[in-house]
Ligand binder design. Sequence first.
Ligand code: ZN
Length: 182
Amino acid sequence: MKGGKPSKRPFSATDKPEPKPVDEVEVPIEDEERFMAMALDEARIAGGEEEVPVGAVLTMNGEVLARAHNRTRALVDPTAHAEILVLREGARLRGNFRLADATLYSTIEPCPMCAGAIVQARIRRLVYGARDEKGGAVRSLYRLLDDPRLNHRVEIVEGLFQEECSRVMKDFFAERRNSGLQ
Ligand code: ZN
C-alpha cells in the first residue's frame, strides 16, 4: 500500500458532485398546467385563510390523489405545509408510505422539511412554480432532491406558472405589511 492517505475523502457540505441524471417522465403539458392551476387555487385559498399561500397537488398515473394548502395556523402545527399534507393524504389513500410513482406539484420550491419528506416518500417527480430564494431546499439554499449522497433522486421541473405562483406570495406579504400584520 502506497502512502497513508485514503484515496477517497468523505464528502463535505461544500463538495458539489454532479447529480446523476434521472429518467424523465413524459407528462402532457395540459395535465401539468391543470395540476399546477389546481395547486394555485389551493394557494389562494390559503391566503384567504391568513395562511402563507402555498398549494400542493399530488398525482399518480394522471389522477389527482390529494390537494392541500398550508394550514399551519389552522392546525396549530408547524409541519402542516401543503406538501406534507398531500403526502400524508396520498400515503393514507394508497395504504403505503412509499409513493414512488407520484408527482408532487407545489406552487413554491419546497423547504428543507418538505424536501426531506419527498425523499422519504420516494416521490418520483416534483414540479414547482417559483423558487423560494430564502428557504428553498431544491435549488435555492440546498439541493436535497438530487444530492448524490442521498440514495433517492427526484426529477425536478421548475418554473411552471412561475409568475402567478410568486405573485400570490408577494401580494399576500405586501398586503400584510400594509395592514401592519406579519
Ligand atoms: Zn415546507
